[in-house]
Design a protein around this ligand. Structure first.
Ligand code: GDP
Ligand code: MG
Length: 449
């Protein structure tokens, strides 16, 4: 697949959004760093990457509209900004005029002649009567190359092996070209955009008056595409770009984004050496495919499924609150219950997903909640706030007052103590990795949470 590596890293990054419990600054910072890394590895210009990620960061602060969770919103923002980054709209060539003429320009080896054949096939399939013309008099093999491609595709070929002047080649066939819907004119390249190439192309174009002047550029030059596209844009008035060899390079992201900023839209992409390896460039579809449209949908779905932001925030506060009392414990248990299975919640807290909770512990707390509620109802406000005040005598009283046993009350108190211990660890050590190491990968013993 095209830009597989970039796609994979972006996919992984986006899936972090659904896996994390909170859409907070920490997640956004991490997300932005991931995107930066992925794009820089794709040889995208640093300045462009910074602009993109600043935009994502800014927009991440926007309030999420009703009906859309913060997670969904964040995924959408990343998707939209990446699309904008690559030029938002699709630029299809208008084929109204007869003949419509395309002039292909670019450096040596960028893929002009190959692309001339690909375009001929592309438009022939769409019902156009197509002709291709070779005006490259620099490379002796260019004539044969295009002639063979034309034969393969089944379109007419024009060229003159003996003529060295590209303009003369064109003008001698000019009348005949009126019979075609589309004429694709191939040109000579150079190692670099030289004065004589600029002069040659401009002179040729004065005769051809091409409807589209398309720069063919190889993706493997990465961000250097910007300078090249800009230079061709400024001197040869190119109307669009075709980025070739996108399937074979890790630098494609850089090339695509570089072209997008020059104001010359990307019309097509070349994705292989074969005649059919050409695609119209749809920025939106490209990004969807890159990060996996199916994946995007399921990401959004997952984002919708998980607990609401507010519940998560409340829970986090409770987890991190120092003044943790029996009421908190109860509320916490209730909210955990409301949010689904305890294990699922643990999985959503970064670093705790791999902790294996004792199975009995997970089951126990479900059934206990009701009893606890009665016990808590029988406690005084002071006792709720400071359970240490609860004496043995009070334990018996509370048990009889709530219709439970002293054993139940003791169990609740024990659970509270253990929870408090764990909360302290959460608070003191927000780095869950360290926390886990310290605990030796195990939860504190006992049946409480
Ligand atoms: P020109 O000098 O600009 O006319 O370039 P050519 O059309 O002769 O192509 C140069 C080389 O690039 C050839 O080996 C082509 O097969 C190859 N090429 C062109 N487009 C693509 C593409 O999209 N993918 C790959 N992998 N190779 C391509
Ligand atoms: Mg050529």
């Amino acid at each position: 697949m095209v830009l597989e590596k970039l796609g994979d890293s972006l996919k992984n990054t986006l899936s972090k959004i659904t896996k994390s419990m909170f859409v907070d600054d920490k997640l956004i910072t991490e997300l932005v760093k991931d995107i930066q890394r992925a794009l820089l590895q794709s040889d995208t210009n640093v300045q462009l990457v910074l602009e993109l990620t600043t935009k994502i960061k800014e927009r991440a602060k926007e309030k999420n509209p009703p009906g859309i969770t913060k997670r969904e919103q964040l995924i959408k923002i990343v998707y939209e900004e990446l699309t904008r980054f690559l030029g938002q709209e699709t630029h299809e060539l208008a084929l109204g005029k007869k003949p419509t003429q395309i002039l292909l320009v670019g450096l040596f080896g960028s893929g002009k002649t190959t692309t001339a054949g690909k375009l001929a096939k592309f438009y022939k399939k769409r019902g156009c009567k197509v002709a291709v013309m070779q005006t490259d008099t620099w490379r002796p093999a260019a004539y044969d190359q295009l002639e063979q491609l034309a034969a393969k595709v089944g379109v007419d070929f024009f060229g003159d092996k003996k003529q060295k002047n590209p303009v003369k080649i064109y003008t001698q066939f000019k009348e005949k070209l009126a019979n075609y819907d589309l004429v694709i004119v191939d040109t000579a390249g150079r190692d670099a955009l030289s004065e004589d190439l600029i002069a040659e192309l401009n002179e040729l174009n004065t005769s051809v008056k091409a409807d589209a002047r398309l720069l063919v550029i190889s993706a493997d030059i990465g961000q250097a595409a910007q300078k090249q596209a800009q230079a061709f844009h400024d001197t040869c008035q190119v109307t669009g770009v075709i980025v070739t060899k996108l399937e074979g390079t890790a630098k494609g992201g850089g090339a695509l984004s570089a072209c997008a900023v020059t104001g010359a839209p990307i019309n097509f992409i070349g994705i292989g050496e074969k005649i059919d390896d050409l695609e119209v460039f749809h920025p939106q579809r490209f990004v969807s495919k890159l990060i996996g449209m199916g994946d995007l949908e399921s990401l959004l779905e997952k984002a919708r499924e998980v607990i609401s932001e507010k519940d998560a925030e409340d829970l986090k506060d409770k987890f991190l609150k120092g003044q943790f009392n029996l009421v908190d414990l109860y509320e916490q248990m209730s909210s955990l219950k409301k949010m689904g299975s305890f294990q699922k919640i643990m999985e959503m807290i970064p670093g705790l997903g791999s902790l294996k909770m004792p199975k009995e512990m997970l089951e126990v707390q479900e059934g206990k909640l009701e009893k606890w509620k009665y016990i808590l109802d029988s406690c005084t406000k002071k006792e709720l706030e400071n359970p240490d005040l609860i004496t043995t005598e009070r334990i018996d009283r509370i048990a009889s007052g709530s219709g439970t046993s002293a054993k139940d009350v003791r169990e609740l108190l024990k659970q509270f103590k253990q929870s408090k211990k764990m909360m302290k660890m959460f608070k003191g050590e927000q780095d869950m990795g360290k926390l886990m190491k310290r605990m030796g990968g195990k939860m504190p013993q006992g049946r409480g949470m």
